[in-house]
Structure formats: C-alpha cells, structure tokens
Design a protein. Structure first.
Ligand SMILES: Cc1cc2nc3c(=O)[nH]c(=O)nc-3n(C[C@H](O)[C@H](O)[C@H](O)COP(=O)(O)OP(=O)(O)OC[C@H]3O[C@@H](n4cnc5c(N)ncnc54)[C@H](O)[C@@H]3O)c2cc1C
Length: 366
C-alpha cells in the first residue's frame, strides 16, 4: 500500500516549494498541490531582489538567517540561487537603514561614495546623495530556484486544484481537490491569491490585501557589465521614491518596477484599469531619467497579482486553525527558504515561531 504523505502543502509558488523541501529534508512525507504550473503565480518571472534592509529589526534578523538557508540549499542542489553583486540603496532612508543593519550584526553592509556606487551599478545616471551597499544581497535566480526545488520534490508535486482544506472529527485534515480526497496529519496553505479564500473555510479572516503590479524589463545598451548590483531607489532624485530593479542572469537585461501597486477588489476586478497603464508609463519615464545604461523601450512586461498585509509592504504572518497553517505576506521570495523551514517545523508539531504569529505583525516599522 502507498504511504499517504503526512503533510499537504497547497500552492507550488516559492513559499510552498520551500516549505515542502524543508519538510522533505526532515524526512517528512509531503504532497504539494498546484492548480497551474509551479512558480507561475506571484513567483513568476526572472529575478527578485534579496536585500537585508527592512524597517523592522526582527525582519532584518529573519532575513539574515534566511540568506544562510539559501546558501545551504544552493550548495546542496549545485546551482547559483543569488547573484554575488549585491544591492545598492539610494536616498534619505539610507542612514537609518544602515543603523538597523549594523545593530543586527553579521551583515556586510556599508555606505558608499558616488565612485563606488557607479562601479557597482554602472547603469545608473549621476547621483551623489546617500547610498549604501548590501554585499550579502543580490538578484535571486528565481527560475533556477523554482526549477531546482520542483525537480528535487519530484512526483510529490501534483497538478490539482484544492477546493477545500478542513479538519475532520478525528483530528486529521481533509483535502478535497479536483482529483480526489485525502487525509493528512496537517496542511500548510501557501496559495498566494487563493490563501484567504481557503482560510475562510476554517473560520479565519487573514487581512490579505490583493493588488495588481507591473514590472518592466529593459535591454542593457552595449555589452553586459561584468558586475551589476540590484537597485532600491528611495531618493526622489529621478522623480520616483519607491523603485526597485534587478538584473537577469547574464546581466544583459534589467527589470525595473515601482513598489506602488494598484488596488483591486476582492474578486480581482479593477476599479480603475488605467491605473496599471499609468504605472507602466511612470516606470518607463523613470528608466529614461535614471538608467541611461538601458534601452528605454521595454523588452518585456510582467503584470501580476501581489498580496500584502496591512501593517507593512514587507509584512508576513502565519494563521493557524485546527492544525492547518495559512501563510501570507508580500516580498516573500527572499524569505521563502527561512519561512519554509519555520512552516515545516510548525507542521511537524514544533510550534509556530512567535514572530510569525499575526499578533507579532512581523515587518511593521519600529
Ligand atoms: C513583479 C514582482 C516583483 C517582486 N519583487 C520582489 C523582490 O524583489 N523580492 C522579494 O522578496 N519578493 C518580491 N516579490 C514578491 C514575491 O515574488 C512574492 O511574495 C512571492 O513570490 C509569493 O510566493 P508565494 O509562494 O507565496 O505565492 P505564489 O507564487 O502566488 O504561489 C501560490 C501558488 O498557489 C497556487 N494556488 C492558488 N490556489 C490554489 C488552489 N486552490 N489549489 C492549488 N493551487 C493553488 C497558485 O497557482 C500559485 O502557483 C515580487 C513580486 C512581483 C509580482
């Protein structure tokens, strides 16, 4: 008789894959349900930024620990998961962010002058304001991460949509999917846009806010630079205060987005569909002012959903009811291996880390 896995994971985005991998590395049998293709929800597209800088020192520490998990898994799977070229941040928040990073300790971060900034980020226009370099940050190789984790999990990942996850009267968790009905010791829901709906079945109402987001990708002019950092621009010097950008593998393309999102209704419909087009235009205009190293005509557009929690754009939390865990937040790519290990620990009965409980509001600026 086949052994029924002990834990069901709903969603094969980066968080579900990392949770399942963390369970597998403990020897816990797991099944991952994915309604579509692994990594094609909020985890879609090339490149995300791994940065240590956050406004909540607890999240800085969580991220510092997370970098070690990325490195451990990259070594084990024999791939590069984070580029070695760091992250530069610009603007007024730099001194305070440096202070929080230094207080945490163990993070290679420092202020840089204009010459070093431009050596690290050769695509950038002239800038001489406050700047820092996070040498332990870099561009996450998202496709490599998704593919290597999916391959490592093998046939534990199944293409089935989960319709309901709920407790049984004998202490297990029942998962109803498009292809069947199974019982597990517990379940972890990492379903992105689908998490709040599944949570409501067990009486939870996580305050997940859906929104729409756009990111544009541009060709680098001329030969790709040997080294190029990710960018976080809060300066306003180029007309925007919330810009993030990251190179693709090989450095011949650079993805640029505004951290601003467009509100959508709970069912995903737009109150103002033009707002997304306006964000596109602002990102293009930013590139023509701030990044002369890029061809200003976008080579790719990525339009997608994002989910966030009300207390911070980096907020993250896990809700728990009847032995079922529901993870939610934003900017979770960088956190996924560390979060996955925490969710795996909770799923096998070690308890949920206090900082991940909703009351802790992890990510809220302090
Ligand atoms: C353009 C963009 C840029 C970003 N930049 C950064 C960044 O620089 N750094 C960073 O750390 N983060 C960044 N983020 C955020 C980060 O990508 C997301 O927080 C992260 O990918 C979320 O992963 P997830 O696994 O929680 O969700 P998802 O990737 O959305 O995965 C959820 C999965 O669940 C599946 N699913 C849903 N419902 C069901 C169901 N009922 N049954 C079965 N399967 C189901 C979906 O198909 C999906 O594959 C960015 C996001 C975007 C969109």
């Amino acid at each position: 008789m086949n052994r029924i896995p002990e834990v069901a994971v709903v969603g094969a985005g980066i968080v579900g894959l990392c949770t399942a991998y963390a369970l597998a590395e403990r020897g816990t049998a797991v099944r991952v349900y994915e309604s579509g293709v692994p990594g094609h929800g909020q985890s879609s597209g090339q490149s995300r930024i791994f940065r240590h800088a956050h406004d909540d020192p607890r999240l800085v520490e969580f991220t510092r620990q997370g970098r070690a998990v990325w490195d451990e898994w990259a070594d084990r799977l024999g791939v590069e998961m984070i580029s070695p070229d760091g992250v530069v941040a610009l603007g007024g928040p730099v001194p305070e962010r440096l202070r929080i990073l230094r207080d945490t300790g163990g993070i290679p971060v420092r202020a840089v002058d204009s010459a070093e900034l431009h050596a690290r980020m050769p695509l950038l226009a002239d800038y001489s304001g406050p700047a820092m370099l996070d040498e332990g940050g870099g561009a996450i190789r998202t496709r490599v991460a998704i593919e290597s984790l999916t391959n490592a999990l093998g046939d534990a990942v199944v293409t089935e949509e989960v319709v309901s996850v709920h407790p049984t009267d004998h202490g297990t968790v029942e998962v109803l999917s498009t292809a069947g009905r199974e019982e597990y010791a517990t379940a972890v829901v990492c379903a992105g846009m689908g998490t709040a709906r599944l949570a409501r079945t067990v009486g939870l109402s996580p305050p997940v806010q859906p929104a729409a987001h756009v990111r544009l990708t541009f060709e680098v002019r001329g030969a790709p630079p040997e080294r190029v950092a990710c960018l976080q621009d809060s300066s306003g010097d180029f007309g925007e205060v919330g810009v993030y950008a990251a190179p693709y593998p090989g450095n011949s393309r650079y993805a640029v987005g505004l951290s601003q999102t467009v509100e959508v209704r709970e069912d995903g419909s737009f109150a103002d569909p033009d707002a997304l087009v306006a964000l596109n235009d602002r990102a293009r205009a930013y590139v023509s002012r701030a990044l002369p190293g890029l061809d200003p005509e976008p080579a790719e557009y990525l339009h997608c959903w994002v989910t966030s929690l009300p207390w911070s754009e980096d907020g993250m939390a896990v809700w728990e009811a009847d032995g079922i865990f529901f993870a939610a937040g934003h900017n979770l790519f960088k956190q996924a291996p560390r979060l996955g290990r925490a969710l795996a620990g909770a799923a096998v009965g070690e308890g949920l880390e206090e900082d991940l409980r909703p009351a802790a509001a992890l990510g809220r600026p302090r």
